[in-house]
Design a protein around this ligand. Structure first.
Ligand SMILES: [Zn+2]
Ligand SMILES: [Zn+2]
Ligand SMILES: [Zn+2]
Length: 654
């Protein structure tokens, strides 16, 4: 992938996201105590491949450490086990690692930080532990957040500090440094700290380390605690001795406390707390699936998974993660899993093949969201409100509502709507599908809903002055076809055969169906809308496995309940007009005259449907002023009611 594309993907694209939050069959409660905060677990899988130890504090970081054991890969858990007296004095999140010394002796080491960093050692698989003892005259935060093996009996461990704990009487400098310490005796003694990552204008911390599959490199994933930028990444090619200057990762990897494991097929599963401010799962426990190469190249990755819904704005997810011998991934963390209750420790079992199947990655057709804004996009011409001034400042762009469909069998691409942002959206479709080098045929077929500028004005780019396409089959109603044929500049596209109009038959039935790409059946439904130049349709797209509905523009659902029922019949995912949230966007206007359903009304109408089909209704065509774009309280409410706001780049298998 070329560098310029990476940059744009860094900020604009989200990737397909699975949601396991409601899947209680995967969840195990490792520990829970009424009224008691349990936080920040750390895990280790013993060499027998089935015994897992889990240690966590009674409190937020600080607090007495609790130890539990599972002998069946995390399915069932022991009572709380005896621990050394000094574990009651732990001041920071515990971290446990397996080590082997130069003589082949296996041990477990457990760190607890602030000043000084202390360590307990077990030589009998965690049954007996030494007391916590300082490892040197230094301290830090979240020590040791990770550890790598650098040679026989040799280890490097990592932590960070902001000046308060690195020395005994430190003070806050407002600068974050990531430190490494080294051991040559199997982790029993540690060197003085050295700085491995620092940038003066951001707060990099809590490193998570990942070794490349060939062992030649390490990646260090870093939380960005000032929340000004995405999470960062740094690389080492010399076994952790020196590190590259940290750079930003894509939004899809932006979070806190990354912990990774390789699945049996070589893909990475990285779990963390989602801190991407634009994410629909902000503050929840999530995981990212991709490759080490994705990390190196700044790619967005393959998909993400929400593991659990956290009922607190941010407090969850310092995860432990282990790969079991049968390919199952076990991951554990703390969170506010029940509204109003103290957080507790939860484990989850999954494997990537199951997740691939749930995403229908094996399906032939992939449907992507290429834009979700109303016709004018965001920022919106002339808007001086914060919705658009903020976006201009940050570089945020929301394109008009548009879908792209990829036939993975033939490589064909179908575009639904030709918006004024057609160039960016088709480039995004090419990027997401890997279908490049298409010369004058950027896509193979086009569907248009109606003649409002956000839905067809992108056709100008198909003409002589730009792409000069050849006979792209363009599916339109009769009125829309007449409009294009009889009005410049569109008539030239028809005259020069740059688009090949495929006029949908007028029937007295509600819908008319056609096949724009072999294997894909589309139904067009007439819907009520402000029809000055053309009539308006909604599309229902049937793939071999799933069906997607696209209704970007409609006047109202009230009075058309039968149409709405008919539209939703047999649909798996419905992208529905969400221009306005509740009318607050248009102060002083008579809302009964505004020809779009309010999101609040649609959610009211479809509350039963959404409760039975969580995440099936996804809002699209949002006006720049719609608070669902950026208000986290409203986003949380939408999500809790079983609805979603469409995310650019999201994929549905058809
Ligand atoms: Zn529109
Ligand atoms: Zn605006
Ligand atoms: Zn319209």
């Amino acid at each position: 992938m070329i560098a310029s594309t990476c940059l744009s993907l860094l900020f604009t694209v989200t990737i397909p996201q699975l949601d396991l939050a409601q899947d209680t069959t995967r969840q195990v409660t490792i520990d829970r105590e009424a009224g008691q905060y349990l936080g920040h677990p750390t895990t280790v899988l013993l060499k027998d491949g089935k015994t897992i130890l889990c240690v966590y504090p009674k409190g937020h970081g600080k607090g007495e450490l609790v130890l539990k054991k599972s002998e069946d890969g995390g399915k069932t858990w022991s009572d709380r086990l005896p621990t050394p007296t000094s574990w009651e004095t732990s001041k920071e999140t515990p971290h446990i690692f397996p080590v082997t010394d130069q003589y082949g002796v296996d041990r477990l080491v457990l760190f607890s930080s602030l000043y000084p960093i202390r360590m307990s050692v077990s030589e009998d698989n965690g049954n007996d532990w030494s007391e916590l003892t300082p490892i040197g005259k230094y301290g830090g935060i979240v020590g040791m957040s990770d550890m790598i093996e650098t040679g026989v009996g040799q280890y490097t461990a990592f932590f960070h500090d902001d000046g308060r704990f690195i020395t005994k009487d430190g003070t806050n400098t407002g600068l974050f440094h990531v430190y490494a310490v080294d051991s040559v005796d199997g982790g029993l003694t540690w060197s003085a700290p050295r700085v491995v990552a620092h940038l003066p204008d951001v707060h990099l911390c809590e490193p998570g380390l990942i070794r490349s599959p060939d062992g030649s490199k390490y990646a260090m994933l870093l939380r960005e605690n000032s929340r000004k930028k995405n999470s960062h990444i740094s690389f080492s090619k010399d076994n952790g001795k020196s590190w590259s200057t940290p750079i930003e990762m894509p939004r899809s990897l932006t979070g806190d406390r990354h912990q990774a494991v390789y699945a049996t097929d070589g893909r990475l599963f990285i779990t963390f707390r989602d801190t991407d401010q634009e994410s629909s799962t902000l503050g929840d426990w999530v995981a990212w699936v991709g490759t080490f190469e994705d990390l190196e190249q700044g790619n967005v990755g393959e998909y993400r998974v929400r593991l659990s819904d956290n009922h607190h704005a941010w407090d969850c997810a310092y995860p432990g993660v282990e790969l079991l011998p049968d390919g199952t991934i076990f991951t554990a963390t703390y969170g506010h899993w029940d509204e109003g209750e103290q957080p507790y420790i939860r484990g989850i079992h999954l494997n990537l093949e199951e997740l691939d199947g749930m995403l229908a990655l094996d399906s032939r057709f992939h449907c992507y969201v290429l834009g979700r804004a109303q016709d004018g996009g965001l920022p919106h011409l002339g808007c001086e409100k914060s919705c658009c001034t903020d976006a201009r400042q940050s570089g945020r762009k929301e394109y008009p509502a548009c879908l792209g469909i990829h036939d993975t069998k033939s490589g064909k691409l179908l575009l639904i709507e030709a918006t004024p942002a057609i160039e960016s959206q088709v480039a995004l479709l090419h990027e997401l599908t890997g279908e490049h080098d298409r010369a004058r045929q950027p896509f193979d077929a086009l569907l248009l809903t109606h003649a409002h500028i956000g839905h067809y004005a992108g056709l100008i780019h198909l003409g002589r002055e730009v792409a000069s396409t050849t006979a792209i089959p363009t599916y339109v109603t009769k009125r829309m076809g007449d409009f294009l044929s009889n009005n410049a500049p569109w008539s030239q596209l028809v005259a020069l055969n740059q688009i090949d109009l495929q006029v949908l038959p007028e029937t007295d039935r509600l819908a008319t169906s056609f096949t724009p790409i072999e294997g894909l059946e589309v139904e067009a439904f007439k819907v009520p809308h402000r029809d000055e130049f053309s009539d308006t349709v909604a599309f229902k797209i049937h793939g071999p496995q799933q069906t997607v509905l696209f209704v970007p523009d409609i006047d109202r659902f009230e009075g058309h309940e039968r149409l709405l029922d008919r539209l939703l019949e047999g649909v798996d995912i419905a992208y529905i007009d969400a221009t306005f949230y509740d009318g607050r966007e248009l102060p002083g206007r008579d809302m009964t005259k505004i020809p779009h359903p309010m999101m609040v009304d649609t959610m009211q109408h479809l509350s039963q449907y959404a409760s039975e089909h969580d995440g099936a209704i996804r809002f699209i065509h949002l006006n720049h002023t719609n608070p669902a774009f950026s208000d986290p309280v409203i986003q949380h409410d939408i999500k809790n009611r079983g609805f979603r706001v469409a995310q650019q780049g999201e994929r549905v298998g058809l």
